[in-house]
Design a protein around this ligand. Structure first.
Ligand SMILES: *Cc1c(COP(=O)(O)O)cnc(C)c1O
Length: 366
């Protein structure tokens, strides 16, 4: 069977280096807020091109902490509105509502699955404080138009970069396009830990300092608490593992791009809509390869019968979830269509030629 994502194989590629790091942390007797975390933060910051990276416990916390810090700094207040795509993974939206802020959903573009920038301005009110963009599936969503809208209305641009580490726009990496960015290193992400992990990147020193304190019980100095903070730290083991894998992220993203290119060139089936190639190769890191079909469920069954595991990202849009009952009667037709038709086929840096050929053939046979 071709697994959707073979994490064992992905991590075994770096077995020697990772095991050496695990042993070193184990033997050091120092497990939190230590050298490994500091080193990874520095390397992540320089890779992204920002002045600050703060390791946190997971991607949801990274986004929650950015918003919480803006509240502590008086930039935002409970009840303020944050624009977010209507088809994102629910974590982007949870980070907003968890802070007493109001998510304002904006439809995506059907061709890129990313927020439709031309529909943002009509949703801006006097309460709007930020746009939370999500580089969904690994594809950058950014433009000069977005920057102008943000400047004109004094909005922060926050990136949910959970799916797009290594992608770049005009030579600038995602994570350095807006005011602050949240990363997830969930094991299945392009840069995956051996458990939960996340980070925030920013060039704003005050924001960075506030987030660092908030993530550590609201304290910059032991037993002195300036905020009602939380405990959301990256641990030394995860940091050490991530620091090994960070060195290979460009290479692994390149392999993903090569596979995506083959899929786009060689899958030819009138029942299947392929993802659009990005304008510049660097704008996409293919966290997932998402195809669309009006016969999605049949297509998924056909792939399963042929030993190819697929997933649906995502089956239920946020506005139709029980968690957001207040939105259940709203209609977001583009999002709804996407959720009904998308199917993610395997793509990863450890797939071999035979597996890629099998996926292409199987999709062409349908
Ligand atoms: C994975 C993900 C998150 C959440 O990250 P966790 O580390 O799982 O908390 C947030 N946003 C998007 C778009 C994601 O894909």
């Amino acid at each position: 069977m071709i697994k959707f994502l073979d994490l064992q194989k992905i991590n075994l590629k770096h077995q020697d280096e990772i095991e050496a790091q695990l042993l070193e942390v184990f033997r050091s007797g120092w497990y939190l807020l230590g050298e490994k975390t500091q080193t990874f933060e520095n390397n992540l910051a320089s890779y992204i091109g920002v002045s600050h990276a703060i390791g946190v416990a997971n991607g949801l916390d990274a986004l929650r902490l950015i918003l919480r810090a803006y509240i502590e700094l008086g930039v935002m207040n409970a009840g303020d509105e944050i624009i977010v795509p209507s088809n994102t993974y629910i974590a982007s939206i949870l980070a907003i509502s968890d802070n007493g802020l109001v998510p304002i959903l904006v439809e995506p573009e059907i061709n890129t699955y990313n927020i439709d920038i031309s529909k943002i301005e009509e949703k801006i009110t006097l309460k709007t404080k930020a746009v939370l963009i999500v580089h969904l599936q690994g594809r950058i969503v950014f433009s000069d138009e977005l920057k102008q809208i943000a400047e004109k209305h004094h909005l922060k641009i926050i990136e949910d970069n959970a799916q797009a580490i290594g992608a770049e726009w005009n030579g600038i990496k995602s994570g350095n396009l807006g005011d602050a960015a949240g990363f997830s290193f969930y094991p299945g992400k392009n840069l995956g830990a051996l458990g939960d992990a996340g980070a925030v990147t920013t060039n704003d020193e005050t924001l960075a300092k506030t987030i660092r304190a908030l993530a550590n019980y609201g304290s910059n100095q032991k037993y002195i608490n300036i905020y009602k903070g939380l405990n959301s730290r990256l641990d030394e083991i995860q940091a050490a593992v991530l620091d090994v894998k960070l060195k290979y992220i460009d290479h692994e993203n390149k392999i993903r791009r090569e596979i995506a290119k083959r899929f786009i060139n060689e899958i030819k089936n009138p029942y299947i809509i392929l993802p659009e190639s990005p304008e510049n190769e660097g704008e996409h890191v293919w966290h997932v390869f998402v195809i669309r079909s009006e016969r999605r469920d049949e297509l998924q069954a056909h792939l399963t019968e042929n030993g190819i595991q697929t997933l649906i990202h995502y089956p239920v849009p946020p506005h139709q979830q029980d968690a957001y009952k207040e939105w259940n009667l709203l209609s977001f037709p583009v999002s709804e269509k996407i959720h009904k038709e998308v199917l993610s086929v395997p793509i990863s840096p450890v797939m071999n030629k035979e597996e890629i050929n099998m996926i292409i053939n199987c999709l062409n046979q349908f």
